[in-house]
Write a protein that binds this ligand. Structure first.
Ligand code: TMP
Length: 218
């Protein structure tokens, strides 16, 4: 089973994915918890380049290709081996983020990005995508507070430095993808308390993993 978490800045994905991995683990589901960008050694070097505010002027196509390079390494080294071994992969962002950030928000053609993904990584599609949705201004304020408090390194603030309009396009882009693929997406209201969001995620995931043939539901 391949589950991805998506959402704008400050949506709480990183906290929630850790809870989800723990909860599934307690139910005997072996999980690989990973993220993009930065799920491999090479990917962490690419992440440092992509999120560094000193690279603010990076061309959108360069940005796209760096995310694709990170993903290539990640699929090859982490995702495919884990799925092949029968593990559940929980991934903090995947290709929907590319369609939304580099497409909807940055302005590259989204259909072209999707085609590129299909050409390069055709066989790797999530079974379930949890979209943690909240107003862009709320998420951005949370994310900027995390930076101020030192909970997130300022060397990774390139996207938090983008204007509110950019983050509003991110939100709209994700909601549009969710409408286009309702069988894969579940939209979760992430503006609420962390515990409420956690409960919603569990109730969405539970029937899903119970359907998986390889898992015994004693
Ligand atoms: P995060 O680790 O906090 O989610 O930060 C990663 C940043 O990278 C976030 O601002 C979204 C952005 N991003 C893209 O622009 N395109 C992508 O394909 C991915 C995976 C992330």
């Amino acid at each position: 089973m391949f589950i991805t978490l998506e959402g704008g800045e400050g949506a709480g994905k990183t906290t929630q994915i850790v809870h989800l991995a723990g909860w599934l683990g307690e139910r005997g589901v072996p999980c690989t918890l990973t993220r993009e960008p930065g799920g491999t050694l090479l990917g962490r070097a690419i992440r440092a380049v992509l999120l560094n505010p000193e690279n603010a002027g990076m061309a959108p196509l360069t940005e796209l290709l760096l995310y694709m390079a990170d993903r290539s390494e990640h699929i090859h080294q982490v995702i495919t081996p884990a799925l092949t071994a029968g593990r559940t992969v929980l991934c903090d962002r995947f290709f929907d983020a590319t369609v939304v950030y580099q497409g909807f928000a940055r302005g590259l053609a989204s259909d072209w990005i999707l085609r590129l993904h299909e050409l390069v990584f055709a066989d790797v599609t999530p079974d379930l995508t949890l979209l943690l949705d909240l107003p862009a201004e709320v998420g951005l304020a949370r994310a900027r507070r995390q930076l101020e408090k030192g909970d997130r390194p300022t060397a990774e603030s390139r996207f938090e430095d983008e204007a509110l309009a950019f983050h509003q396009r991110v939100r709209e882009g994700y909601l549009q993808l969710a409408r286009q693929a309702p069988e894969r997406f579940r939209v979760i209201d992430a503006a609420r308390d962390e515990s409420r969001v956690r409960e919603d995620i569990r109730s969405v995931v539970e029937p899903f993993w119970r359907q998986q043939p390889e898992i015994s539901n004693e």
